[in-house]
Design a protein around this ligand. Sequence first.
Ligand code: FHN
Length: 462
Amino acid sequence: MKSKTLLCSMMVLLTVAGALTLASAADSFSPAKPKLATRDDEPMRRWRANRFGLFIHWGLYAVAGGEWKGKEIPSAAEWLQSSGKIPAAEYASLARQFNPTHYDPAAWARMAREMGVRYVTITTKHHEGFCLWDSEFTDFDIVATPYGRDLLGPLVKALTAEGVDVHFYYSILDWHHPDYRSAILTDDDRLAYDRYFEFMKNQLGELLTRYPQVRALWFDGQWDSSYCENPEYARRLEEFLREIKPGIIMNNRIGAGLIGNIDHDATGRPFGDYNAGFERLLPHAGSVPLYDWEAGMTLPENQWGYRKVWAGHVKTAPELARMLIQCASQGGNFMVNFGPKPDGTFRDEEQAVARGLGQWMKQNSEAICGTRGSTLGKPRWGFVTERVAKEGSRTLYLHVVSKPAGKEIKLPLTLAQVRNCRLLSAPNRPWPFRADGEQRVVIGLPDKLDPIATVIAVELNQ
Ligand code: FHN
């Protein structure tokens, strides 16, 4: 019997502050505004360089697949308990059916690497409160299922072996824990929430120490007034976690506050390290968000966890790849979300997306990972990313999504600035370029463009 240590903005969404709307005219570039750096140490630089991640939502809701007692419950599948108004104890009985016999962490990790992602963010505990690891602080976890053993550890190991970084999602909001309060209205509520807060700290401490490979924590469910109107909890939690694991990266949803901006405490210090507010949306093309940022995207409309029946438009690999490119061109990270089935496998649509993205990334990851947003703005024919080498030389990556009139790209550069050009699809031979007047370099395009984006690397002289 485990010791039950029951103690324990709408997101700090930032949106696009420094909107720098560029490029309404083809090939007219102007320099981007500098970014407000929150952190620039090695872990943060690694987080930034990764650029592309896979989000995984997995929990008891996968067993129900969006249905309860034979009826479809609308809204997001992982919100079933709340949308279906299911009492916590009844909902918890799903644990008795959770048995992912086909779960193969090595296969998941291989899929992630082949897809081209550099990190995986997995839900350790979503709003339902169920934990995918064997937690010392609750019985509502994987050990209470027929599967009966840790799911996280083997995945952490397999991802690490494949060279994919591990990030953990953790919901502050908890529909199962008896001490959780959505609002603190009485002294008893305060005492209960304090206990819940201790429980949460204990669990997060447990995750960081038991799985030392984890590099980032992705908080969510911070919008209830109990948490967001009492920002001292957020600051205490952040300090506690940074003490346990200096270098850990946290999204800004650990903060408690305003919707639509990264949140700061009374001294002006921001919460967390980056803005995770772009949920199923990207910043306006061409704008430059002020902080490091990350967008998360579902395949169907708003389903993060597994739902048996998907309705409406389902995004394809080319659509998602272009979103990834757009994010990279604006200096942000991009996560595609998968919701595994209760048996531990991925649905066909997700597998197809993994393959499609992987194919493009195999040839073009150089133009995404380790790059920064373009200082040249947003051209009409696509997007630009850039890489700055240690010695200071720069490479521009032109992601050509549609053929410009005249079938040529014109860059506001002099011939002397360009060292060479190459197509990433044929990297071993130089790609021609010429001058057109003093201030323009012209680059032709191959006859056939890649249906996602044809990438031309333009190496510049210092
Ligand atoms: O409510 C959740 C939702 O289920 C999902 O986890 C997403 C992922 O970004 N976050 C919340 C809503 O902001």
